[in-house]
Design a protein around this ligand. Structure first.
Ligand code: ZN
Length: 419
């Protein structure tokens, strides 16, 4: 049992407490409020964080940790399928241990940047071992990828075998992740959805990411046709002649909620459908910028009260795995958005998408003690968000379920803290 105290405490984006304290007991928040309201100090050890901000840990709602070591190794020539071709070459050249190291480094930098929950996509299951030995909170999505409808069942059976070996716990949940409409057959999409309902696990997919994908589904032409032909995957495929979201709707994918990664290219009608289906969207701001996509329809999605969480995507299309960096990027590029809303996207919105908003994303009594501490340059701030989103702010302490997972200044040791 211990106390964090600091000049600033954000219990949630609209709830800033000056001179705040958080009591952590057995991995759970027992109290979050004014330091002066803590009674019986004698029984707690205290970590005094000075002028920093204690905030809810960030939720990275979409990443591929296994690609951490692909940083800076793929060039973007403006053609997405060329990026995919390079990625396939890299993945084929890696050994199992290279994958494992890549995941391990990805976890480390996630924790260092204040992310307490990562939603990771694994294509080969290697991430599981690394994630299980880490104290980070994780939602592990197994990627399914098979464009041949005749063998969809084999892919589903592989998935079921993987999942049967996993025992979800307080820190681990699993999900199913049909990769994208150009690598997953309609049959496999339907099967994945059925499995998601049957097992009660969440489902997500990459969707409406590129103009090429929109063209591929609408007309069956373009760069994805060449890519799939080169890999002998297209066979007798007939395009559905639909835009991406209508395609998903038609095959029942949007029923009972799901997580839609990207949604970079949407028509008004598709935004209507997302709103009506209560689906969640994940925006990956700097990956979006890396690929030089058209302007993101953030304002249009927000006007409809659609839940929009944030993801970093992988380091194959980004520079850090930091949700704090994503929020700073949004702050600099979407001037109409207020700071509270940006912070909501990096915390509560992720928890909502993962159906965990009753236990993570806010610092409330009874919630898991998933906490980040942000050191800010304090020159008489009138608004703490100016400090949190300033260029030089950084995470100095990350706590998941009460356990200290990153501690820049060895504060726990210096305070003789026994967690
Ligand atoms: Zn992705």
């Amino acid at each position: 049992m211990y106390i964090l105290r600091s000049k600033y405490l954000l219990k949630d984006p609209d709830n800033v407490v000056d001179n705040g304290a958080v009591i952590i007991d057995d991995g759970v928040i027992k109290f979050a409020g004014h330091y002066k309201d803590v009674d019986n100090f004698g029984s707690y050890q205290i970590i005094d964080l000075g002028n920093s901000a204690i905030v809810p840990g960030f939720i990275n709602t979409h990443t591929h940790l296994e690609l951490t070591h692909a940083h800076n190794s793929i060039k973007n020539d403006g053609i997405f399928t060329n990026w995919i071709r390079q990625l396939i070459d890299i993945k084929n050249s890696w050994s199992e241990s290279e994958y494992a190291l890549s995941v391990r480094d990805g976890i480390k930098s996630s924790l260092k940047s204040g992310s307490t929950t990562v939603v990771d996509i694994t294509s080969n299951g290697i991430a599981l071992g690394e994630l299980l030995s880490s104290k980070i909170r994780k939602v592990l999505f197994f990627e399914t990828l098979n464009f041949n409808p005749n063998t969809a069942n084999d892919t589903i059976n592989d998935f079921k075998e993987h999942v049967a070996e996993i025992k979800p716990d307080n820190l681990l949940s699993v999900g199913i992740f049909p990769h994208a409409p150009y690598t997953v057959s309609e049959t496999l999409y339907r099967d994945c959805k059925r499995v998601s309902d049957e097992f009660g696990i969440i489902i997500a997919t990459h969707i409406a990411e590129t103009k090429d994908e929109v063209e591929f589904l609408a007309r069956g032409t373009g760069n994805f046709v060449s890519l799939l032909n080169d890999f002998n995957m297209l066979n007798n495929w007939i395009p559905p002649a639909l835009n991406p979201i209508n395609y998903l709707k038609n095959i029942g994918f949007l029923e009972n909620g799901c997580i839609l990664i990207h949604c970079n290219y949407l028509s008004g009608n598709e935004i209507d459908i997302i709103e009506k289906s209560s689906s969640n969207v994940v925006f990956c701001p700097r990956s979006h910028s890396f690929f030089r996509h058209h302007d993101y329809p953030l304002a249009l999605l927000m006007d409809r009260n659609i839940n929009i969480a944030l993801g970093t995507d992988s380091l194959a299309s980004n520079d850090t795995l930091s949700i704090l960096d994503e929020m700073k990027f949004i702050r600099n590029h979407f001037s109409n958005l207020n700071a509270q809303h940006i912070f909501h996207m990096g915390t509560i919105a992720g928890a909502v998408a993962l159906r965990m908003d009753d236990r993570i994303g806010r610092l409330y009594p009874g919630f898991n003690a998933d906490i980040a501490v942000i050191e800010v340059e304090d020159r008489g701030l009138t608004n703490i968000y100016d400090g949190i989103f300033s260029k030089n702010s950084e995470c100095i302490l990350t706590i998941v379920s009460g356990e200290i997972c990153y501690d820049k200044y060895d504060l726990a040791k210096n305070n003789n803290l026994k967690e």
